[in-house]
Design a protein around this ligand. Sequence first.
Ligand SMILES: [Zn+2]
Length: 268
Amino acid sequence: MGPPSMAAAALLAGRRVCALIGAGLSVSSGIPDFRSPGGMYDTLRPELLTASELERRAMRADPTAVVSWEIFSRNQLPYLELRRPFMLGVLDKEEKGKDTYKPTLGHFFFRVCHDKGLLKRLYTQNIDGLDYKTGIPNDKIISVHGSLGRVECEGCKTPYPSEKFCSEVREKIKDIYNIDEHAPKESRPIECLSCGKPLVKPATVLYGRNLPPEFWERKDEDMQDLDVLIVAGTSLAVQPAASLVTLTNKRSARIVVNKEEVERNFPV
Ligand SMILES: [Zn+2]
């Protein structure tokens, strides 16, 4: 919460602010982003994952296939293997004790906006839960792509205890990153305690699945009833989240802060 963010918040004084943020905001906390060179998709190595040749080919053609319902519904292991350290870093109490991931200055900028009575809603595409760690109230945050912060069955939606999930992940999911010497050599499925299907995962939205109802319920009114939309740390490549920038009223300003140009994806 340094002087630049305070100054920026002062500039916005008296205005109603909504924000749309993405992975770029969490990079400096140590969480890999997805689309930049060196990000999760760029470094994806399908040959390390427990998958059929057909599934690997799909991941090579489009790395987001690894987080798609199409693959997960048939084979849950690539998702769990890819996300193993990330899931444990967010969910595991032991890991939390080390404060693995903390909100960044960018996250706290929106806390300053909230404290000054400016923030109407924060739409986050991030699944890391860092937005909530800033102390911004839950009802001001919409996790467009779900959250890693809780675990449930993708089939019957029954919640699964986080601690049990972490110990299952440690015991059953192999470590393609070679950082956990106690990890098994081969992965086994984690079954739902209610329906028994191996569809247990953090409550993130897979490609090909519906976004949370609050996104659909709030977006039109929020984008009409605002003065400034701040877009930060997102390349606006993923729909329907990116469509928010097209819904703002004509009087409002749209401010983009991103490492790479978003012009191609950003309708004027
Ligand atoms: Zn289930």
